[in-house]
Design a protein around this ligand. Structure first.
Ligand SMILES: Cc1cc2nc3c(=O)[nH]c(=O)nc-3n(C[C@H](O)[C@H](O)[C@H](O)COP(=O)(O)OP(=O)(O)OC[C@H]3O[C@@H](n4cnc5c(N)ncnc54)[C@H](O)[C@@H]3O)c2cc1C
Length: 494
């Protein structure tokens, strides 16, 4: 083979989504000047799933801490990139941001970017835009493990019989007119679809909403208070609620009473929370929809009816089915080691629901040692640690006890980084991707909550102990057996 078709690099990074971009950004700062990277990406532009998301999508967490450490995305208040609950970048703003970041990467001369290509793990190669097959010789393979799926990426995940009502992915919604809209799914995407319809003036009587499971919403303006821009008062309230309650559900209900959480109707007690953030005004608007169908998931679309797990729903002629059934947190699981020889699997959940900070931390830990086992010790939810298995699966279903386990893992990882030394903790704490970094929240405010009368630091330790002894009546016992690491593409080709 022609040598121009052979690429060599230290790190071959799959995808130019949030996880990989944050990893490469921090590695460029932390590693030696000679360390090189190749990034291959299926889409023509960097930004991962944001390339194919619905047109009215925005971040649901403040822009200020999203993305990479070296480049701001949020608005500034004075010299601080303030975390405002109303500063939510649109999908196209996120894409512009990542194009800017990629241009910076390439300008260093250490990163080569190959857009519109699919890397084949078996042959260790990809075909470039000119049709040339390129093989890659690398020291370490870096893979994102989030497996985000948005509805436009695949056909509906259930049979649709010929002659049935039109079904379209949520992306089509802004340009579609129908006499009845049947929104399938109640995750963040389904919720956004219903809000989009109502805000565009569609009468609630024209909307049916298939809500397979009840879920807790996080109420954004309370979690990031507009006054402080800090998430710490919420973390304190969350910790206090869990310490005071005998059940996780009880703690969630206490947080609802305090205005941090909300649910569609008070008749149903959700046992799930996937981290979807909305405002209290959004919640009131959602509650105006009367036709909420609680018959489980859709199993098939037939002419004139929907079949669901627990029954059927008749469909009026002219109904448009809006597919919002994809799962944005499919890979938020934790039963694998981040490091194995020659392979880094980017966990989205080193810090809960914060893939940007998680990948920055993986980059930092990567530079602390060459020993995979030593690096895995930083991560609480690796293959060797006990993990909550709910419904027979370690995948993240948003079950409340999994969420509490996620909080535990985050705290444990933070403690391991703290114990590693001041330099490590400073990176963890001061990175732009950390919600409470001094570039977002004045240090004195953080110190006051952590070590002042509120004593969040001490309470977090007490919470960890309570979780370890399974101190909640609705928390399944933690299986203490070490888990087998899940198979990885790198292992498969080895
Ligand atoms: C609608 C929506 C809103 C969200 N909002 C937020 C938010 O506000 N804040 C937040 O923190 N998180 C949010 N998330 C969570 C989301 O998971 C992360 O923000 C993040 O974008 C995920 O990035 P990723 O790099 O892990 O995955 P992706 O964005 O999926 O990127 C992976 C990339 O790898 C590419 N790829 C995979 N295999 C190959 C291959 N073999 N060859 C080449 N390329 C390959 C894929 O095509 C893709 O481009 C949201 C998710 C969704 C769906």
């Amino acid at each position: 083979m022609d040598s121009t078709n052979k690429l060599a690099c230290d790190y071959l990074c799959i995808g130019a989504g949030t996880a990989t971009m944050s990893f490469v950004d921090s590695m460029l700062t932390l590693s030696t000047d000679s360390t090189s990277f190749v990034i291959v990406n299926k889409q023509p532009a960097p930004g991962g799933h944001w390339n194919v998301a619905y047109p009215f999508v925005t971040l649901h967490q403040p822009s200020g801490a999203y993305g990479v450490c070296s480049e701001p995305l949020g608005k500034f208040k004075g010299r601080r990139e303030f975390l405002s609950p109303t500063d939510l970048a649109t999908g196209s703003e996120v894409l512009e941001y990542y194009s800017r970041v990629m241009a910076k990467f390439v300008a260093t001369g250490r990163v080569r970017f190959y857009p519109s290509v699919t890397y084949d793990f078996d042959t260790r190669s990809f075909t470039d835009a000119e049709g040339q097959v390129k093989t890659v010789c690398f020291t370490t393979l870096v893979t994102p493990e989030s497996y985000v799926t948005v509805p436009s990426m695949r056909p509906p995940p259930f049979p649709v019989e010929e002659g049935a009502a039109t079904i379209k992915p949520v992306n089509a919604l802004p340009t579609e007119e129908a006499s009845r809209y049947v929104v399938l799914g109640c995750g963040k995407t389904g919720t956004d679809a219903v809000l989009h319809l109502l805000r565009r003036g569609v009468d609630q009587r024209q909307i049916s909403w298939v809500v397979p499971r009840n879920t807790w919403y996080l109420l954004r303006e309370k979690i990031w208070s507009p006054a402080s821009g800090s998430i710490l008062p919420f973390k304190l309230a969350f910790t206090n609620a869990l310490l005071r309650s005998d059940s996780i559900l009880g703690a969630f209900k206490a947080l609802e009473r305090a205005g941090y959480l909300g649910r569609l109707t008070l008749d149903h007690e959700p046992v799930q929370c996937r981290g979807a953030l909305i405002t209290t005004a959004d919640l009131h608007l959602l509650r105006t929809v009367q036709d909420v169908v609680r018959l489980g998931r859709v199993t098939a679309v037939r002419p004139n009816r929907l079949e669901l797990e627990k029954g059927t729903m008749p469909l009026e002629p002219g109904s448009l089915l809006v597919d919002c059934t994809a799962c944005g947190t499919g890979g938020y699981t934790a039963n694998y080691d981040v490091w194995s020889p020659g392979h880094i699997r980017l966990s989205s959940n080193l810090t809960l629901f914060n893939p940007s900070h998680s990948s920055a931390l993986v980059a930092y830990i990567e530079t602390t040692s060459t020993d995979a086992a030593a690096k895995n010790k930083f991560i609480a939810h690796s293959a060797a640690s006990p993990l909550l298995v709910v419904d027979g699966s370690p995948n993240f279903h948003g079950h409340l006890s999994q969420l509490v386990q996620g909080v535990y893992s985050e705290l444990k990882t933070m403690r391991a980084i703290q114990a590693h030394g001041k330099k490590s903790f400073n990176f963890y704490f001061a990175a732009r991707t950390n919600y409470v970094a001094p570039c977002h929240v004045p240090l004195r405010k953080t110190l006051w909550v952590m070590f002042g009368p509120a004593r969040l630091d001490k309470k977090a330790t007490r919470l960890m102990r309570k979780i370890e002894r399974v101190g909640f009546e609705d928390m399944p016992p933690v299986d203490p057996r070490p888990r087998k690491a899940a198979a990885s593409p790198a292992r498969m080709v080895a």
